[in-house]
Design a protein around this ligand. Structure first.
Ligand SMILES: O=C(O)CNC(=O)[C@H](CS)NC(=O)CCC(=O)C(=O)O
Length: 335
């Protein structure tokens, strides 16, 4: 028996027989399967209990009732397939076609919409990630500004965590994309610590946060096992950057990355990229939605995650003694 197999056998719940099969050269090659897939198969073969998550893709319009109906259908479908946590994208509540329309529909956490979602979580017995709710800000009566808020509801319908988007999407790509989120949104004041759920410790982010690795590293350092990026990526930037950024965040933090997404045409000014997906902590895309409204499913295997972290402990190899200045670098003065 090879030393590697011996080591694996010592800390593995699988029999030597199964390990030999999997690590036989024929198992790791021949069918284009990487060792990674062999490792995944191991947990499937041994029936390790790994909870199922559902990641949603939809095309929000300005019609809140219609969007709620779509989300309810998706959540019920996920529950009927035994998913224990369902992830909805940024702007699952609505996407307005103007700032005025967006602001006129914003609610508070005590409003009717969140009450409905609490009822849905309870009815279906699932945890929900509501990724990007237009929440009236603290000083709404005076400044009419909102937060872009990501809520986690438990299966009893209680709000167990909330994160308000800290990086606002103020971007002007000539002739293609022009959005100024800060015009009507207050930047969140803090990074929310990861929240314990039945699928692992979940770190909350939203969309554009994906481009700032520091927040993902901070969440991983605080114990996150999954990072969530509910999104409404634009078509232009999604084509160029979406998958590579999601996979990079998964690889460098060794977390599952769960990215629910808006897709398609919301109004004459907004089209989203779609490609809702789940990436595992090795960087492999393990689930991805196809065209249009729908769901994709993935198992979260924390044994696998912790094995990757043990075998390649990048978090322990960090040279924090040398990075001090990087975290405080702002834009250069000429920008
Ligand atoms: O406007 C709403 O109602 C909901 N919010 C959004 O859609 C936000 C802010 S405009 N979109 C993004 O952050 C896109 C990021 C992106 O596309 C990228 O980073 O490339």
């Amino acid at each position: 028996m090879s030393p590697r197999l011996k080591r694996l056998a010592a800390r593995s719940p699988f029999s030597i027989h199964i390990l030999k099969e999997l690590f036989h050269p024929a198992a790791a090659s021949g069918k284009g399967h990487s060792t990674h897939y062999s490792i995944k198969n191991m947990s499937i073969m041994a029936n390790a209990p790994s909870p199922l998550i559902a990641t949603c893709q939809m095309t929000s319009s300005a019609d809140k009732d219609q969007n709620l109906a779509t989300c309810s259908r998706l959540v019920r479908e996920a529950a009927s397939r035994s998913a224990c946590m369902v992830f909805l994208p940024e702007a699952f509540d609505f996407i307005g076609s103007s700032t005025e329309e967006t602001l006129s529909q914003a609610e508070t956490l005590q409003g009717d919409l969140i009450q409905r979602y609490k009822g849905l979580a309870r009815e279906c017995g699932v945890w929900l990630s509501l990724g990007g709710f237009h929440e009236r800000g603290n000083d709404w009566e005076n400044d009419r500004r909102i937060y872009n808020s990501h809520l986690i509801l438990d299966s009893k319908g209680s709000v167990v965590s909330i994160y308000r988007k800290i990086h606002l999407f103020d971007v002007d790509l000539e002739g293609r994309v022009s959005l100024k989120e800060s015009k009507f949104t207050i930047p969140g004041p803090e990074i929310t610590p990861p929240v314990s759920t039945p699928v692992g410790k979940v770190g909350l982010e939203i969309c554009y946060d994906l481009r700032f690795p520091e927040i993902s590293l901070a969440l991983a350092q605080e114990g996150a096992e999954l990072l969530t990026f509910p999104s409404a990526f634009t078509l232009t930037t999604g084509l160029a950057h979406w998958e590579v950024l999601l996979r990079a965040r998964a690889i460098e933090t060794q977390c599952y990355v769960v990215a629910a997404a808006q897709t398609g045409r919301h109004n004459e000014r907004r089209t989203s990229f779609g490609h809702a997906m789940v990436v595992d902590p090795w960087g492999c895309v393990v689930a991805q939605c196809t065209e249009g409204t729908g769901l994709c499913y993935a198992h979260v295997d924390l044994q696998y995650l912790h094995r990757i972290r043990k075998e390649m402990p990048v978090m322990m190899h960090r040279r924090v003694d040398l990075y001090g200045k990087v975290a405080s670098i702002q834009a250069p003065p000429n920008l």
